[in-house]
Design a protein around this ligand. Structure first.
Ligand code: MCA
Ligand code: AMP
Length: 507
């Protein structure tokens, strides 16, 4: 009986020294980790979870949380991780849409979990392993091995926001995850000697599939930090050989005088992705450390598509050529006809990494996943003579803040619903820490701009009303009130004019 992804993890770990995590409290062995995942797997089976059923998880980062992911792989349950910043209102949509069999939340959020659950069993998992999941797991009989799965079987659903304001669940198969992780291990030359500094969240592709799967498969180890805390990162760097991060990690490191060449002399590789890395950051990083950051490009729907080479020229401002086995082309947005070298168009990708569609959204899937297997990324790009891809913009209305994707439409719908608001336009403007920051440009509904209580609606009052409705990272960092939104002759809001007007807001 085979389970391709789990089998590859077992093979990968066999190449290592028996340890998976290097922790301040001492190492955590492969055996200990797999035992925890085998016990959690058994708990899931006891709850009646069958292959293909979803297990929704909103918990803080911990070794047990990663073991829970592996437990899903072992049992064929579809892992559905959710950003810890999501509010109850936001979570309700995912639970209703994905109808998971089990919902696992932080022990402090158990009341919320119970309110959200309709038919789901609710379990809890805290960062120290506290909560009902591990309580049950400790007395469970560990599952031996894994249930048989096919490469095309679903392994995970990750929600990605939509330009219409409705999130879409990207369905990822075992083979999507496995093929991509294996490619990255080879391409970036990961092996059992590697120690990855892991400071990313594990509810998104970057921290879960790029970082964790790569280490699980190569036999290396991880320093698993709960988040990006500069002191913890500076302390951990000398013990690491590699680090993966969003551009904010690198700008924060550069802002720190203690971050110098000597501190990172043991490291062989820094990788950046999820958002554009400024060429200036790339150059400053090289001048400070002697390392050229390797920038790569991916999406939730596709895992990783392109990467600057490990051996060869890493070109600042580009995301490198297509990964082995992945095809990229730049096409005309209307006809989908491929364009020539260096011409700007929409980037499309095809390969074993590309997802199989959006959960219960066949129409949306058909719009974005073409019959010939190419996926329309929505990113504007060029491809040069050497095959290097440069992302030059986005055809989709999307803001990327600190590596988190934020869809303006979702925020506009919430703001437009507030008393005292006629309409709004949400834009991203340059921000020194987050790359882009959310700014709401709002038109009040009456000349006096009163809210429900008769008070004049101001920026603080507006943001206050978003609490509980939108995760904190989606809330505007700044609000501007204007009399009228600029529109073109078709009536479409000219966001480019708004972006130009407020581009220096945070500089
Ligand atoms: C935190 N805040 C943010 C963000 N993060 N606001 C906007 N954008 C953000 N990304 C809010 C907090 O709620 C807080 O609000 C205030 O900003 C300052 O928080 P701070 O403590 O400084 O932030 P932090 O905890 O240090 O987090 C910043 C971070 C984090 C380290 C950049 O956001 C992060 O880990 N980002 C990585 C995201 C990621 O993994 N993306 C990969 C997606 P207040 O104080 O006002 O309440 S996967 C993907 O994109 C594709 C597939 C790919 O290619 O990888
Ligand atoms: P997500 O929806 O979280 O999967 O984010 C995917 C989007 O992040 C892509 O469509 C790009 O717009 C953006 N992205 C990821 N990596 C990079 C990169 N290296 N440079 C520019 N944009 C990137």
């Amino acid at each position: 009986m085979s389970n391709p992804l789990f089998d590859a993890m077992i093979r990968g770990r066999a190449a290592g020294n028996g340890e998976l995590f290097v922790d301040a409290d001492g190492p955590v062995s492969d055996d200990a980790f797999f035992d925890v995942s085998a016990r959690i797997a058994s708990v899931l089976l006891d709850l009646g979870v069958t292959p293909g059923e979803r297990v929704a998880v909103q918990v803080h980062k911990s070794i047990e949380a990663l073991a829970l992911y592996v437990a899903c792989v072992r049992t064929g349950a579809v892992f559905l991780p959710l950003n810890t910043a999501y509010t109850e209102t936001e979570l309700r949509y995912f639970i209703d849409d994905a109808t998971p069999r089990v919902l696992i939340v932080d022990p402090e959020a158990v009341a919320m979990g119970e309110r959200l659950a309709t038919t789901q069993s609710v379990l809890t998992l805290g960062t120290g392993g506290e909560g009902s999941l591990m309580a049950r797991a400790s007395s469970a009989t560990p599952l031996t091995g894994a249930l048989a799965r096919e490469p095309g079987d679903l392994a995970a659903i990750l929600y990605t926001s939509g330009t219409t304001g409705r999130s879409k669940g990207a369905m990822l198969t075992q083979n999507n995850l496995l093929s991509n992780a294996q490619t990255l291990v080879d391409y970036w030359q990961f092996d059992a000697q590697d120690v990855l500094l892991h400071a990313l969240p594990i509810f998104h592709t970057h921290g879960l599939f790029v970082a964790s799967n790569v280490i699980l498969l190569c036999g290396g180890r991880m320093i698993f930090l709960p988040g990006f805390n500069i002191e913890a990162v500076l302390a951990a760097l000398p013990a690491a050989t590699t680090m993966m991060g969003v551009p904010t990690f690198y700008t924060r490191l550069l802002a720190e005088p203690r971050f110098n060449r000597q501190l990172v002399s043991q490291l062989r590789l820094f990788i950046s992705g999820s958002a554009p890395l400024l060429a200036e950051t790339h150059r400053e990083f090289e001048a400070r450390t002697g390392h050229r950051i390797l920038e790569r490009y991916g999406m939730t729907e596709t895992n990783m598509n392109t990467s600057n080479p490990y051996v060869g020229e890493r070109i600042a401002g580009t995301v490198g050529p297509a990964l082995p086995g992945v095809e990229v082309r730049v096409c005309d947005p209307e006809s989908h006809e491929p364009l020539g070298t260096n011409e700007v168009g929409i980037l499309q990708v095809r390969g074993p990494n590309v997802f199989i569609g959006y959960w219960q959204m066949p129409e949306k899937t058909k719009e974005e996943l073409l019959a010939d297997g190419f996926f329309i990324t929505g990113d504007l790009a060029t491809i040069d003579e050497a095959g290097y891809v440069t992302i030059v913009g986005r055809a989709k209305d999307l803001i990327i803040s600190g590596g988190y994707n934020i869809y303006p439409k979702e925020i506009e719908l919430v703001i437009d619903d507030l008393p005292g608001v006629a309409e709004s336009a949400v834009i991203g403007v340059p921000h020194p820490d987050f790359g882009e920051a959310v700014v709401a440009v709002v038109v009040r509904s009456t000349a006096a701009g009163m809210d429900a209580s008769g008070e004049a609606l101001d920026a603080a009052g507006l943001v206050e009303q978003l609490v509980g409705k939108l995760a904190r990272f989606k809330q505007p960092k700044h609000v501007e009130f204007i009399d009228q939104l600029p529109r073109n002759t078709m009536g479409k809001v000219q966001k480019n004019l708004l972006r130009d007007r407020w581009e220096d807001l945070f500089s």
